[in-house]
Design a binder for this molecule. Structure first.
Ligand code: C2O
Length: 499
């Protein structure tokens, strides 16, 4: 693990996490990337150094700190062509931001095209040394991180409009197997009988949602996407790309081995099943053999049953129409252009990042590129966004992620009910299938150009995104470091310093 003040070197390396060797894009030379571990209140100074040399994949990069609000530092959000230009090869970029209040389970990933599918994704955990809510869940050990990732044997298509790939393996903590591949070792999570563990589960997926379970054990959900929830006991969890959960697991079963499962749900596509999506929970004293346990789930997590521990009331008035601004963003797929469209517009990255357009004087959404994909939001208002779901044939269900905020999920993709009184708060929500709808509310208290996009990375690449320019007059006060502009001028050309 590295701390909040560190160099993070991005490099190419051939790795074979599932027994198949391929060149990958790595943070800290490993997959998943070196975990970044910080304490509440940390001032992050992460110097990202791009040493990429492999021309079969992108050699520029950016890094997004998924779930971190970036209050007053929207320039450090890492979204390529929204808040910055890509970092050029052989260059570096210092992400310098404070996280005064947030604690919990986050992650980081490349936010340039589909580059994170090639490996650039890792955990970011913020501990609260004086966690006032520890009494609620009483754990002996909270150090375990469980990362779930889809893994591909080819480089990700990165030209805008590239065809989605189907993954070969699921990696749990960086290990997994592929169909007819070698029986390489699986990840093992060691526990001691009668101890209670907080496991932090991160779906750092490019595409599938995973159904996560630990055979014979119940899981008490206490956190979703960095927000505490009232404890909810389940025995399996569907977790979408970009989402995180913390669960408490009591190691109160017989000393033995148990399968940990992360079955991908990739909208019925074949070539992805067969019990290879496994890791092992091993009690101290158990023999070093594979488990023989079976998967049974009678109490799957339903998002509608999850409630925020803090801020249980959704902002605005507790009824339909009770927000200040209502925005409905329907999405469709245009088979002629082969792009997704949100309210009729595909997101095509502009050459000048949205933030730089604003800093150079753009005043309103209609002045901002990409035209029709940028929505301006007034400050200090309650915003309600309605995101209708789509069928499997159009790639649904889609997990939508909003940068710069967490939001109250007043309607989730798995329910038709509206809940303004105690909905979960989070940063990535499943919009459900054709009859589904995710409706979210948040207060515009954080100026910045914030991406809202599907976290299936192939879909983002195909245009399934919009940008909210929140409080444009205040965004102008953003004071990016000089290097920010330097990267703007240097990208795609000779590196010349405009100053
Ligand atoms: Cu996890 Cu826009 O990102």
């Amino acid at each position: 693990a590295i701390g909040p003040v560190s160099d993070l070197v991005i490099s190419n390396k051939v790795i074979s996490p599932d027994g198949f060797a391929r060149s990958a894009v790595l943070a800290g030379g490993v997959f998943p990337g070196t975990p970044i571990i910080a304490k509440k209140g940390a001032h992050f100074k992460l110097n990202v150094i791009d040493t990429l040399t492999d021309n079969t994949m992108l050699r520029s990069t950016t890094i997004h700190w998924h779930g971190i609000f970036q209050e007053k530092t929207s320039w450090a959000d890492g979204a390529a062509f929204v808040t910055q230009c890509p970092i050029a090869p052989n260059d570096s970029f210092l992400y310098d931001f404070k996280v005064p209040k947030q604690v919990g389970t986050y992650w980081y990933h490349s936010h340039l095209s589909t580059q994170y599918c090639d490996g650039l994704r890792g955990a970011l955990i913020i501990y609260d040394p004086h966690d006032p809510y520890k009494v609620l869940y009483d754990v002996d050990d909270e150090s375990t991180i469980i990362t779930l990732a889809d893994w591909y044997h080819q480089p990700a298509p990165s030209a805008n409009g590239g065809l989605p790939l189907t993954s070969q393996a699921t990696l749990i903590n960086g290990k997994g197997r592929y169909p007819d591949g070698p029986a390489v070792p699986l990840s093992i999570i060691n526990v001691k009988r009668h101890k209670r563990y907080r496991f932090r589960i991160i779906a750092m997926s490019c595409d599938p949602a995973f159904t996560f379970a630990i055979d014979k054990h119940t899981l008490t959900v206490i956190e979703a996407d960095g927000e505490y929830t009232t404890p909810l006991i389940v025995d399996s969890i569907q977790i979408f790309a970009g989402q995180r959960y913390s669960v408490i697991m009591n190691a109160n079963k017989a000393v033995s081995n148990y399968w940990i499962r992360a079955n991908p749900d990739i909208r019925g596509l074949p070539g992805f099943d067969g019990g290879r999506n496994l890791a092992i929970l091993r009690y101290a004293g158990a023999p070093e053999v594979d488990p023989t346990t079976e998967y049974v789930s009678t109490k799957p997590l339903k998002e509608v049953n999850l409630h925020a521990l803090f801020q249980p009331l959704a902002p605005g008035k507790p009824w339909k129409g009770g927000a200040d601004v209502h925005i409905n963003i329907a999405h469709t797929f245009n088979f002629e252009t082969f792009h997704y469209e949100m309210n009729g517009k595909p997101f095509i990255p502009p050459t000048a990042p949205v933030l730089l357009q604003i800093l150079s004087g753009a005043q309103a959404a209609q002045d901002l590129l990409p035209s029709g994909s940028v929505y301006s939001l007034p400050p200090n208002k309650v915003i309600e966004i309605s995101l209708p779901g789509t069928g499997i044939e159009l790639g649904g269900p889609h997990p939508f992620h909003l940068h710069g905020h967490t939001f109250s999920v007043v309607r989730s993709g798995d329910s038709t009910k509206y809940n303004y009184l105690n909905p979960v708060r989070r940063d990535t929500v499943n919009t459900g299938l054709s009859d589904g709808n995710a409706t979210i509310r948040f207060v515009t208290d954080n100026a910045g150009p914030w991406f809202l996009h599907c976290h299936i990375d192939w879909h983002l690449e195909l245009g399934l995104a919009v940008v909210f320019a929140e409080d444009i007059p205040t965004i102008k006060n953003a004071n990016p470091p000089r290097k920010h502009f330097y990267n703007f001028w240097s990208y795609g050309s000779e590196v010349t310093d405009p100053f």
